[in-house]
Design a protein around this ligand. Sequence first.
Ligand code: PMP
Length: 305
Amino acid sequence: MADRDGKIWMDGEMVDWRDAKIHVLTHTLHYGCGAFEGVRAYKTVDGTAIFRLQEHTDRLFNSAKILRMQLPFSKEQVNEAQKAVVRANNLESCYLRPLTWIGSQKLGVSPKGNQIHLMVAAWAWGAYLGEEGMKRGIRVKTSSYTRHHVNITMTQAKAVSNYSNSILANMEATDDGYDEALLLDSSGFVSEGAGENIFVIKGGVIYTPDLSAGALNGITRNTVFHIAKDLGIEVVQKRITRDEIYIADEAFFTGTAAEVTPIRELDRVEIGSGSRGPLTEKIQSAFFDIVNGRNPKYAHWLTKV
Ligand code: PMP
């Protein structure tokens, strides 16, 4: 990934992709305190636009606040940086990765005295869980790893360190032949996927875990709340057990990378008909209408680059 042409925005400057480097004694590399975002830009009917840019930037600043990191840039600068990176790399649609980290002035657990850095990269990235998965649904396994407890790490921060738990869960599931992992909270209730929020549909009602289960406050999750309201479908946030998913009519994951991905199986138990459900398909298609600029109601969520 490092050896390619292109530009990366790094601490206020556009640098060549191959030169966007940091020192091995970078604090975040050793102790894992850093935060990032995953953002997408789509080729809309009206040109390339970043989806819910402000909300992603707001969450990045919230993550930094939770982690006691003082970002050396304003939100406006971070928004502009993201737009500039898409333009500089001539991307029509892409994934964007803003990341903030603690520098290499000193090591030791206390980061005090270190510089805070920020970069934004962007590259073309198709369906995160595969094109086929978007149509047929994916196969998911309940992880043997528990999702973070809300007072062990900070689950509302999109913190770099939170992802070691996601990586373990994802590797376990994919090594066993599944597409993705589902993590339960420390009480055994459904939390989220390794990099996705989860939704289940039963009797025409949509259910999703409330955030006390340690799930990230996903921006796609929020987008689905709006879509469901428009479709006249009720959304209930509540504690969910894994067996409620086994007997659900439909289930799907949401995320900036995963978009709206149907789930057809959990732990080898078929969900509903064992393929993408009809309401999931409706939500998926409403989602792609919005991100591709085909729904004027949500034009304000699209920032042209
Ligand atoms: N949970 C986790 C752990 C994630 O990494 C992501 C992806 N950012 C999500 C949920 C979904 O969040 P969003 O819709 O904002 O991308």
